[in-house]
Design a protein around this ligand. Structure first.
Ligand code: CP
Length: 308
């Protein structure tokens, strides 16, 4: 694997190898006072975030540091992008400076794919840390790691992805990966927040959340992305919360073993009620800590010379 740009086309064996490596890294580091492995000593990882992030940026930085890579963070505001430098020139500059891997988040769908093309003749790998409304592959991998941990397996499980599917790169990456891993996915959303062409996706769709809850193994709540809704938000926030918010009453309708996920950042009281987010049924903090191990695994497979 040279780059990680999408989960569309990531094979079952490739995805499983990343998840198995993440498990192994987690086991290796568990209970250690000093969480540092020498695996990527001498390698340089650069994060380049053109959109805000807490979880993805921090966990990639921790992942690189725990594997002894040199990690450098570049933000659009603090770089020559602010002087008008293009994405291509920025990428070629970082590669020429010695980057073994560039991790990029960008508001434009497809930006990491362009970067990958520009850097194809170099030694620099590209990881997509979220591009517009397109994909967020490491989020889907950490979600899969969390589901495996909580449920024991993914194959044959029924997973509901609920809410603003239209604007969600998390949903797109999860749909591809969960289908590859053999899960049954149902997208639950108001018609206005389902994308055109969803009937071509390997999913079923539903508008009514309550009818789905008793039969599912995991519910993945999505953030409502108001910043991507230029024409306003329909239904209203109140209507949305009433119809699609995961509250305590809905939590009680889930099977006992079912797990609640949310990629964060959460809008408490909107898509998820605080008592649900903080309940033992929710695996939201586990998703964050699994994110570090999954991102370590991705860097390992990209940079440590282990072919998948
Ligand atoms: N889930 C996720 O991508 O969170 P951040 O935007 O904080 O990185």
């Amino acid at each position: 694997m040279r780059d990680l740009l999408t989960t569309d086309g990531l094979g079952h064996d490739e995805a499983t190898a990343i998840l198995d490596t993440a498990d192994e890294l987690k086991r290796t580091l568990l209970g250690r006072e000093v969480r540092k492995l020498p695996t990527l000593r001498g390698r340089t990882v650069i994060t380049m975030f053109y959109e805000n992030s807490t979880r993805t940026r921090v966990s990639f930085e921790i992942a690189g540091k725990w594997m002894s890579a040199d990690v450098i963070n570049v933000s659009a505001g603090g770089s020559s992008v602010g002087k008008g430098e293009s994405l291509r020139d920025t990428a070629l500059t970082l590669s020429a400076a010695g980057a073994d891997c560039v991790i990029v988040r960008h508001p434009a769908s497809g930006a990491p794919h362009r970067l990958s093309g520009w850097l194809a003749e170099t030694r620099t790998s590209v990881v997509n840390a979220g591009d517009g409304m397109h994909e967020h592959p490491t989020q889907a991998l950490l979600d899969a790691a969390t589901l495996r941990e909580r449920l024991g397996s993914i194959e044959g499980r029924r997973i509901a992805i609920v809410g603003d599917v239209l604007h969600s790169r998390v949903a797109r990456s999860n749909v591809h990966l969960l289908a590859t891993l053999g899960a049954e996915v149902v997208l639950v959303a108001p018609p206005t927040l389902l994308p055109h062409g969803v009937e071509q996706w390997p999913v079923t769709t539903a508008y009514d959340l309550d009818s789905q809850l008793p039969g599912i193994d995991a519910v993945m709540m999505l953030r409502v992305q108001a910043e991507r809704m230029r024409g306003g938000f329909f239904p209203s926030a109140r209507e949305y919360s009433i119809a699609y918010g995961l509250n305590e009453k809905r939590l009680a309708m889930l099977p006992d073993h079912a797990v609640v996920l949310h990629p964060g950042p959460m809008l408490r009281g909107m898509e998820i009620a605080s008592p649900v987010a903080d309940s033992p049924r929710a695996a939201i903090t586990e998703q964050v800590s699994n994110g570090v191990h999954v991102r370590m695994a991705v860097l390992y497979h990209l940079l440590a010379g282990e072919e998948l």
